[in-house]
Design a binder for this molecule. Structure first.
Ligand code: XMP
Length: 513
């Protein structure tokens, strides 16, 4: 396996991403934990030193242990990683005001050929992404320059004998368009064959769960989302009946959702599953509440209480299973007193476990979202399930602006089911990141048959997005919209007007609340 030593760069995760795409197994570890003992235990076949916000000339700036250079394995230093390597091996790094480089730059090849750069230059020069304030002033013994840019005379350096390489730019980001070639060359010269597959991961993860849990009991909050579903199936494969899942039904789910989730996991997969129907509790506490933040707080707080209660009834569980993903883990790494800043504390990693005082089983901690989907397929989950649109924890509560009533929720469920059915029928489901109906807190006048109606208006929402952080509304054609409006109004008593939300994010958000 390959070791990535993290010095706190915002893009360290992308290095792992690129390597996984090459079917190479790697792990990111913060520099403080990389001790000589750790190295002896880990036995990396290659090492990547990440970038980071610190400055090598500063006293106390982070260093890997000197032993890392005595392992006899290939090392690639990126940006800060390059500089720290050069400094520790006898070169010099300086900060010269005015020579900082940020953004796009162009690198040209030197005279000598280098294995790392094989096949990289597609013309005279390659576009790269730079982000550095310091630079190498004097190379360490054994190193030569293999490529330069106007602002970085040491853009690519290497000691080919020892297989130590340093790049001043970031080959892992999209703005270094052919950066993947450098990673391909690096892992090839380190002897990786690209044999890390989901099948192998599944076996390894099952064994790791057995080792961690022994014969203790585990409980898992199953939401029916992809992450918790895959985590539950994997743990069930490892320890069978020692696992109990709790499906908290807060009464804010979509049409038939509870039946489908319970049917699939309890009846089809034989998972021991408690269907905790707590809808009365949730809906009564939400009565009369129309402030969005208050709704979220009530639902979040009740969820923890309810789960805690059911866990207590099951009794004897030592472990809590969570579908925490790799991006959650990395975002939550903060370097106490160190160089990096905490971007956010993800809700997956906090809350429940602290409150319950249980040990965690997190079998997806090393995976990215698309890898979780691949693992789900490997475990036999149907494609239709794996490809489902995301659904927010607070459920339909945040698609019902204003006060929530059972009557409104029932209307919303029917309209939503028709909209999704339309999208599936027209073959658009997989192009859309998320689609749903929101029921609006306004009633409008209409005419149906010969009578007057005075019913709710609803809004259709459908967006495209890569990660939910930004989004654009989906450009349905008018026939589709007309047909959908007609179906909803004809089939759903209580709605007499349909609108389409054409707000992107930003300035809007995907959900209405
Ligand atoms: P917004 O509305 O903030 O939503 O643009 C971005 C994505 O996050 C989902 N979402 C949530 N997911 N708990 C969740 O698990 C929540 O409280 C929550 N709020 C929003 C939303 O559905 C969209 O995919």
């Amino acid at each position: 396996k390959l070791l990535i030593v993290d010095f706190g760069s915002q893009v360290t995760q992308l290095i792992a991403r690129r390597l996984r795409e090459l079917s190479v197994y790697c792990e990111i570890h913060p520099f403080q934990t990389v001790t000589p003992d750790f190295l002896a235990e880990f036995e990396p076949r290659a090492v990547i030193l990440s970038g980071g916000p610190a400055s090598v000339p500063d006293p106390g700036s982070p260093r890997p242990p000197m032993e890392i250079f005595e392992l006899g394995v290939p090392i690639l230093g990126i940006c800060y990683g390059q500089q720290v390597m050069v400094q520790m091996l006898g070169g010099e790094v300086v900060r010269t005001p005015g020579t900082a480089e940020f953004g796009r730059a162009y690198v040209s090849p030197g005279e000598e050929r280098l294995e790392l750069l094989r096949g990289w230059f597609h013309g005279e020069r390659e576009q790269v992404w730079m982000s550095h304030g310091d630079h190498v002033a004097r190379l360490a013994p054994g190193f030569e320059v293999y490529a330069t840019s106007p602002g970085a005379p040491f853009a690519v350096i290497a000691d080919p004998e020892r297989r130590f390489f340093g790049v001043q730019f970031h080959p892992e980001v999209h703005h270094t368009p052919h950066g993947k070639v450098l990673y391909e060359n690096f892992v090839a010269l380190a002897g990786f064959t690209g044999d890390w597959t989901m099948g192998a991961y599944r076996e390894q993860a099952v064994q790791a769960i057995r080792d961690q849990v022994g014969d203790a009991r585990v409980i898992c909050a199953l939401s029916g989302g992809v992450d918790s579903s895959v985590a539950a199936l994997l743990i069930h494969e490892a320890i069978g009946e020692q696992l109990t899942c709790v499906f908290v039904d807060h009464g804010l789910l979509r049409k038939n959702e509870a039946e489908e989730v319970v049917g699939m996991f309890r009846d089809h997969y034989n998972l021991p599953l408690v269907h905790a129907d707590e809808s009365d509790l949730f809906l009564s506490r939400l009565e009369g509440v129309s402030d969005p933040e208050q709704k979220r707080k009530i639902i979040g707080g009740l969820f923890i209480d309810v789960f805690d209660k059911h866990a207590g009834e099951i009794g004897g569980a030592e472990f809590l299973a969570q579908g925490t993903l790799y991006p959650d883990v990395i975002e939550s790494v903060s370097f106490a007193g160190g160089p990096s800043v905490t971007i956010k504390s993800h809700h997956n990693v906090g809350g429940l476990p602290e409150k319950m005082g249980m040990k965690l089983v997190e079998p997806l901690r090393e995976l990215f979202k698309d890898e979780v989907r691949a693992l789900g397929r490997e475990l036999g989950l149907p494609d239709r399930f794996i490809g489902r649109h995301p659904f927010p924890g607070p459920g339909l509560a945040i698609r019902c602006p204003g006060e929530i009533t059972r009557a409104k929720l029932d209307i919303l469920r029917e309209a939503d089911a028709i909209f999704i059915d339309q999208i599936r029928r027209h073959g658009l489901y997989d192009e859309i990141w998320q689609a749903f109906v929101a029921i609006l807190p306004v009633r409008t006048v209409g005419v149906m048959g010969d009578g007057r109606t005075y019913d709710y208006a609803c809004a259709l929402r459908a967006v495209t997005s890569v990660d939910g952080m930004t989004a654009d509304y989906y450009p349905f054609d008018h026939d589709f919209l007309g047909e959908t409006a007609t179906r909803i109004i004809n089939a759903v008593p209580g709605i007499n007007r349909v609108t389409y939300d054409i707000t992107s994010k930003p300035p809007g958000t995907i959900e209405w609340e």
